[in-house]
Design a protein around this ligand. Structure first.
Ligand SMILES: [Zn+2]
Ligand SMILES: [Zn+2]
Length: 342
């Protein structure tokens, strides 16, 4: 099969013919129909993820059709259109037993713990635990975003932050996950402030429902406090950088909720979180890590009802031959880029 491969961290990204995977016991192989290019793929390439073994094929935000089924799989057949949370849960550990598959103790992640979806085929573990059926009306390139960024934003806004209508929500970093959070929070009736350093990203955030757009190069916490009369109720670091994490926490009013969504690999240094504010203002600092497969029906129902629409987030559809350049310049162009031809 054709795949995007790297042999060294930060080294050349090449399209190469490599052996196609076999379905693992309990798992499947999916013919990839869409694979988003996400900042986490960039972290994998840069060597920020200790799970990655070289040579490596990145890609974890995918949708496609089941091409082969491993032994013991009960619920899925060849040809089924599916997506999958980037956390592939084991289905049997204590976290899985309590319904919290997104923090599974024995998780695998395509594109990190094994070869990923920037390839014609990808292997996925524990299919009956992790696969999510994609409705006919959703094309696979849009459904790919449900594998990581759109679903991650949905869980962060709706299930972790529990955003309510009328609340102020600040979104720091308007890449794919941040723009998704803007749209989802606005749909929930929140008043959204989008923050980014790129005018193009802010313009798209406005189109997706942000009431205000702030230049991230200014004094963001002061500007949020001014706009909201004392700070946001909810603030998300949707980028994963020291400055956005700290700005997010400093943007909150008393008893506000910070949600850390963007990855903060220790290799890039740890942010100096102002814990004195966390205590003095009784702030909540929450983490959000993807979304378990069983939580997808609520999201798919809102999409089917037209309350949410991930389609405008997909701003570029690429061939695999363009994936290397897109990965190298991740974050430089607004919206989500998806590889749709392999
Ligand atoms: Zn588990
Ligand atoms: Zn991702």
């Amino acid at each position: 099969m054709r795949a995007l491969v790297f042999d060294s961290f930060g080294g050349p990204l090449e399209i190469r013919d490599v052996p196609a995977p076999e379905p693992p016991p309990g798992g499947v192989v999916v013919r990839v129909g869409g694979s988003g290019i996400c900042r986490s793929d960039w972290h994998a390439w840069q060597g920020h993820d200790p799970d990655v073994v070289l040579p490596h094929v990145p890609g974890h935000e995918l949708a496609g059709a089941v091409a082969a089924v491993g032994t013991g799989v009960r619920n899925w057949s060849v040809g089924d259109r599916v997506t999958v949370p980037f956390v592939n849960a084991c289905g049997t550990c204590a976290q899985c037993a309590s319904g919290e598959q997104q923090v599974c103790a024995r998780q695998t992640q395509p594109g990190f713990t094994h070869w990923g979806s920037l390839a014609e085929f990808v292997a996925l573990d524990a299919a009956d635990v992790n696969l999510v059926g994609v409705p006919e009306e959703l094309d696979l390139s849009t459904a790919a975003a449900l594998g990581c960024r759109y679903a991650t934003a949905f869980r962060a806004v709706v299930q972790v932050a529990r955003v309510r209508a009328g609340e102020w929500v600040a979104v720091h970093g308007c890449g794919g996950v941040g723009l998704s959070a803007v749209q989802i929070a606005a749909a929930a009736g929140a008043r959204v402030i989008a923050v980014d350093v790129a005018p193009g990203a802010l313009a798209l955030a406005r189109q997706l429902g942000a009431e205000h757009a702030l230049d991230g190069g200014t004094d963001v916490p002061a500007a949020v406090a001014e706009l909201t009369g004392g700070g946001a109720h909810v603030s998300l670091d949707a980028l994963g950088a020291a400055v956005t994490c700290i700005n997010s926490i400093r943007s909150l009013r008393p008893r506000g909720r910070h949600v850390q969504v963007g990855l903060l690999p220790p290799a890039q240094g740890r942010p100096e979180v102002p814990m004195e504010r966390v205590i003095g203002l009784e702030l909540q600092v929450l983490g959000s890590h993807g979304m378990a497969a069983h939580a997808y029906p609520e999201l798919l129902g809102l999409i089917a009802a037209g309350r949410l629409d991930p389609r405008p987030l997909i701003t570029r559809r690429l061939s695999l031959d363009d994936a290397a350049a897109a990965l190298a310049e991740v974050g430089r162009r607004p919206g989500i880029a998806v590889v749709t031809s392999f």
